[in-house]
Design a protein around this ligand. Structure first.
Ligand code: TRP
Length: 437
């Protein structure tokens, strides 16, 4: 299996994706007031979410960084990320949103001006209309943020073309802006930990699983800038290793001071190995050690990035059955669709109903294969009991497709007309969100 962020392939075996790529199952029952996307397992996987859960629990500073590619119009599949962002904002996260105008240029040939226009009209206005708040939130354009571009060059220096090709499968004909786009995304994800943006902090990147290659690259590059490597050794001890050859003794002394302060008494410092071995520690102590060591790295001129965490959501199917895609208008409900168009798309959507009414009533429907049921599950029915009832009644055959389509038409049309109203208000407030520096 291969994950290609720029292909239009559909993913359906999420458990297999997790296994093959070492993505962990998302299982955090302690999340406060979990949004339906969490309650229903739509967020199916993560990398490194534990420190985020800690930050939420102990009210420590943390942030969200995610991005949008301004090509095509925003549809309800895109809405999932912003739903999560708004939820995390309510939990106290600082929010950074990247408009990937450089990526849209490199990958889709969309000019920076066009990208800006699409982002503002079709994405940002909708984000605000959906409830994103301006406090502690900034939206920026890749092409305008020097720190992001600097980091692209800096991190680009630690990865070579053949590694990039192994990850992304670039061809000889791939244009260089496209080749650079993943490094700009690395810049997006890491720049929030620079002093100018508040310094090192746990960062969460909520995305669709197609973005995982970027996250793997970013986590590797973040690590390559670390001064300390805290890891499980072959003989099952936790070791703190100094990676560079300069200031080794000073760094070990600082690390020793830290581990004593954290209460570890059983350790051996071996300067020749540039290491401290902690006899009593386990892998669960690693995040705590990293968190304490990262500030020292800054004093010694390092970057000390926390490895960015990520979560992955499943994709909605298109209304016509395949993938939901902006390039196939019938497959998606766009947030700028008129209520009438929304209803039309609902009425012609593929369902999991029986071939005839008699058959449906006799053998039941297949809600798991129904795009209308997906609309309810992802977006339009928040009450878990009501959703369960619809699911069971469909399965048993007592609820027919007509009833679901009628309900879906009502909720979709109300949603689209409210949203259009909210957008008018939102347009006036856009400047409160945009930050170019
Ligand atoms: N590549 C993402 C997309 O195609 C957009 C993006 C740019 C992004 N920078 C990001 C996503 C940083 C997450 C984090 O949708």
């Amino acid at each position: 299996m291969k994950i290609d962020p720029w292909s239009s392939s559909a993913y359906n075996d999420y458990a297999r994706l997790r296994d093959e790529f070492g993505i962990e199952e998302f299982n955090f029952p302690d999340l406060p007031n979990p949004h339906r996307l969490f309650r229903r397992g739509v967020i199916f996987g993560h990398r490194g979410f534990n420190p985020i859960m800690d930050a939420i629990r102990f009210k420590k500073p943390w942030c969200i960084l995610t991005g949008l590619a301004p090509s095509g119009h925003m549809h309800i599949g895109h809405k999932m990320v912003i739903d999560q962002v708004i939820y995390y904002q309510s939990l106290g996260a600082e929010i950074f949103l990247a408009v990937a105008d450089i990526e849209a240029l490199g990958v889709r040939g969309i000019s920076l001006e066009q990208g800006r226009k699409i982002a503002v009209e079709h994405y940002i206005t909708n984000y605000i209309a959906l409830g994103l708040k301006p406090e502690n939130c900034q939206i920026y354009f890749q092409s305008k943020r020097e720190t992001v571009k600097d980091l692209a060059y800096l991190t680009g220096n630690k990865v070579n073309l053949s590694e990039m090709r192994a990850i992304y499968g670039f061809e000889d004909s791939t244009n260089m802006t496209h080749v650079y786009a993943p490094l700009v995304q690395v810049g997006d994800i890491l720049h929030v930990q620079l002093e100018k943006y508040g310094g090192p902090k746990p960062t969460l990147v909520p995305v669709g699983v197609d973005q995982d290659p970027h996250l793997r690259l970013t986590r590797n590059l973040a690590f390559s800038f670390r001064i300390f490597n805290v890891t499980l050794t072959k003989d099952n001890k936790i070791g703190i290793f100094v990676k560079p050859d300069e200031n080794v003794n000073e760094l070990l002394d600082e690390a020793e001071r830290i581990i004593k302060k954290l209460g570890f008494a059983d350790y051996r410092k071996i300067a020749n190995y540039k290491a401290i071995y902690l006899d009593g520690a386990t892998t669960s102590d690693i995040p705590k050690l990293d968190e304490a060591l990262i500030p020292i790295e800054q004093q010694f001129g390092g970057y000390g990035f926390f490895p960015p965490a990520s979560t992955y959501h499943q994709f909605m199917s298109g209304l016509t059955g395949g993938k939901m895609s902006s390039s196939e208008p019938e497959s998606s409900i766009f947030l700028s669709d008129s209520p009438e168009d929304g209803v039309k798309k609902v009425m012609s959507a593929k369902t999991g109903g029986g071939v005839t009414l008699e058959e449906h009533k006799a053998s039941g429907g297949r809600p798991d294969e129904c795009t209308i049921f997906e609309l309810f599950l992802y977006h339009f029915i928040d009450d878990d009991k009501e959703l369960d009832r619809i699911y069971n009644d469909c399965k048993s055959g007592s609820r027919v497709c007509g009833a679901c389509k009628k309900l879906a038409s009502e909720v979709v049309s109300a949603f689209l007309s409210d949203l259009a109203k909210n957008r008018e208000l939102a347009k006036k407030n856009i400047d409160q969100y945009l930050r170019d520096d």
